[in-house]
Write a protein that binds this ligand. Sequence first.
Ligand code: ZN
Length: 299
Amino acid sequence: MRFWTHDRHDFPLPGGHKFPLGKYRMLRERLVADGIAAAGDIHGSTPCPWERLAEAHQAAYLERVREGRLSDREIRVLGLPWSTELVERGRRSAQGTLEAARDALVFGHGMNLGGGTHHAGRAAGRGYCLFNDLAVSIAALRGERTLGRVAIVDCDVHQGDGTAELLHPDPDVFTCSVHGGANYPFRRATSDLDIDLPTGTGDDDYLEALTGALDTIDRWDTPELVFYLAGADPWEGDRLGRLSLTKHGLAARDALVMDRAESWGAAICVVLAGGYAPDLADTVDINVATARALVARAG
Ligand SMILES: [Zn+2]
């Protein structure tokens, strides 16, 4: 199967932030080194057109992003300094998720080696997320084809507040977020299903909660497309996670979501979302395991 990335090269950003940019390149290299993907299977996405972003985001916000006129407060809330490279990689990241979703609908499986920017709301970037790739992709797909119902299974350890804001009102999208209850963001938007897990939650309790969440989606409807945010940040060693999943538990999590998507006959589009291990190699290990599991199913 093929993978998408916001670029074959990481966009350099000015300092003054703690975002682990290097993980994207490391992940691409590991996928090739481990024989999960050939170098030619990893495709660079083009920048998402502004008109497409405008289907999910407020025009005035996009204009401030485009022209570098975000306020100091907006930059603080975003957590990354503005630069043309930041905007470029954000646009390519959103487009990568759309490309992966298209792959999923055609081939059954798709993956963006980035994306999952679930904190971005209609008129605001937040928590390292400039554009909401999920809302942008769903709007674009609906312009291209008849799209059935969509489920968002957000297993990043932080609540998907931007996704909730943008897509909870949509009756054909089920937004589900499984996250640490004590984590960022502290002002939440409401998803169709929010599961707040106690600090320190380990593998068994996590997997039980996730099974319950998937059962809830099952009672809602049979989705045609599942977006799976396979965040690496519920891992026990993550700096920002507060949960205690092992790598084994995270692999079991991936299998649960992929099994359920298969049982629905749904296309599955995997996106990375967060991961803040002190050693980047741990975040990348978790992402590699997710990609390997998806490739095994894609055949
Ligand atoms: Zn996160």
